[in-house]
Write a protein that binds this ligand. Structure first.
Ligand SMILES: [Zn+2]
Ligand SMILES: [Zn+2]
Length: 149
């Protein structure tokens, strides 16, 4: 992968507690776990998912998720996730329009399990192009509360 940057091991994966690697994805940084395929992005990058289909971000997220399931195999699998930046509990936020549940720290950003980010990005592209009503008002309100707006 050509996106690798120098910073490694600064943060730990909320799921499997292994060090996260930092990748540059266009304008954004992605802290990714190469073990479980999950990744963490900041609030600015999270907002971009709702606004636009950011090809760099989605390409990196897709690459990281190749061969990874949405659930992790044997080994450590945390159910109560902590923010990799501050250690506060992440709030699970259900996104019915994307059939996904992401985990958000309002201060720092959002955790996506393997392959969830491309799924959310595609769902929001559909929402923008066709039927904005698909994205339920309740879902939008929750995302705004978590600074995706
Ligand atoms: Zn992991
Ligand atoms: Zn945090």
């Amino acid at each position: 992968m050509t996106y690798r940057t120098a910073a490694t091991g600064q943060y730990s994966c909320p799921r499997c507690l292994r060090p996260l690697n930092t990748y540059q994805a266009g304008a954004f940084e992605v802290d990714a776990c190469l073990s479980c395929g999950g990744l963490f992005i900041d609030n600015a990058a999270s907002r971009e998912l709702v606004r636009a289909f950011d090809r760099d971000l989605i390409r990196v997220a897709t690459t990281i998720g190749i061969g990874k399931g949405e659930t992790v195999g044997p080994g450590v699998y945390q159910k109560d996730l902590a923010c990799p930046r501050c250690g506060s509990p992440l709030s699970p936020v259900n996104l019915p329009s994307a059939s996904a549940e992401v985990d958000i720290c309002a201060e720092h950003g959002t955790w996506f399990d393997a392959n969830e980010l491309p799924k959310v990005a595609r769902a929001y592209r559909r929402n923008r192009e066709g039927a904005p009503a698909d994205m339920a008002a309740e879902e939008i309100a929750k995302l705004l509360e978590h600074r995706w707006g």
